[in-house]
Design a protein around this ligand. Structure first.
Ligand code: PGA
Length: 249
């Protein structure tokens, strides 16, 4: 099945009102490369402003709470980000799994909350370096996937991002062969879990993607896009990654 590539940015805890010009630049790059989908996950404080000022660029959040409302100080629900203008959210990013001790069950519940609200989800999985060194990377990642996969995982609303934790923000990436092998393992496990619907789920690679390596990483087997942190913060760095995806479409 042909899947459109998705080039998604994750601004993490970066950006302010003066970043709207970068988002405009990213939207311009997206317009120049309509063969790929482009999206940006912003800090919650910027979602409303960005959705208003750059309406053609799909804006998302980086996390949501699993329930719709209630006594959860500091948390934001899927309905709230939707009202602010978000169209999707990342869930289960390793920085949250590690820093906030999020479990697979919580990540699954968050993805389901997004789906209830008609929003998309980018669900992250990835191994620690010790797992890879011990030869258990695929086992760890496919188990995380099975534990975090939402009940209705079929359809375009869901993407899975494979992000080896040791590759995030480090400038290190797995080999193209390792990426292809892991994406193949994820696709195979998805088939076991949801049957043919697995073919509709986009698998993104994330971890130190740049304009220099995007071409080869995006060309690897079963890679349907990228989740990009540092190199998504400026249009100058992100545009070449969008172009690399479009060149493969
Ligand atoms: P990075 O981050 O591109 O800065 O490595 C990727 C991510 O954490 O999503």
């Amino acid at each position: 099945m042909a899947r459109r590539k998705l080039i998604a940015g994750n601004w993490k805890m970066n950006g302010g009102r003066n970043s709207i010009s970068e988002l405009r630049g990213i939207a311009e790059a997206a317009r120049a490369h309509v063969a790929v989908d482009v999206a940006i996950a912003l800090p919650a404080t910027l979602i409303g402003l960005a959705a208003e000022q750059v309406p053609e660029l799909p804006i998302g959040a980086q996390d949501v709470h699993a329930v719709d409302k209630g006594p959860h100080t500091g948390c934001i629900s899927a309905g709230m980000i939707r009202e602010a203008g978000a169209r999707f959210s990342i869930v289960g990013h390793s920085e949250r799994r590690c820093d906030q001790h999020e479990t697979d069950a919580e990540v699954r519940a968050k993805a389901e909350a997004l789906h209830r609200c008609g929003l998309g989800a980018i669900l992250c999985v990835g191994e620690q370096l010790a797992d890879r060194d011990a030869g258990r990377a695929e086992a760890v990642v496919t188990e995380q996937l099975a534990g975090s996969l939402p009940a209705d995982a079929s359809g375009e609303w869901l993407s899975i991002a494979y992000e080896p934790i040791w590759a995030i923000g480090t400038g290190r990436t797995p080999t193209v062969e390792d990426v292809a092998a892991m994406h193949g393992a994820i696709r195979a496990r998805l088939h076991e879990l949801i049957g043919d619907a697995a073919d509709g789920v986009r698998l993104l690679y994330g971890g130190s993607v740049t304009g220099d390596n995007a071409g080869e990483l995006l060309a690897a087997g079963d890679v349907d896009g990228a989740l990009v942190g540092g190199a998504s913060l400026t249009a100058a760095k992100f545009a070449p990654i969008i172009a690399a995806g479009a060149a493969l479409a």
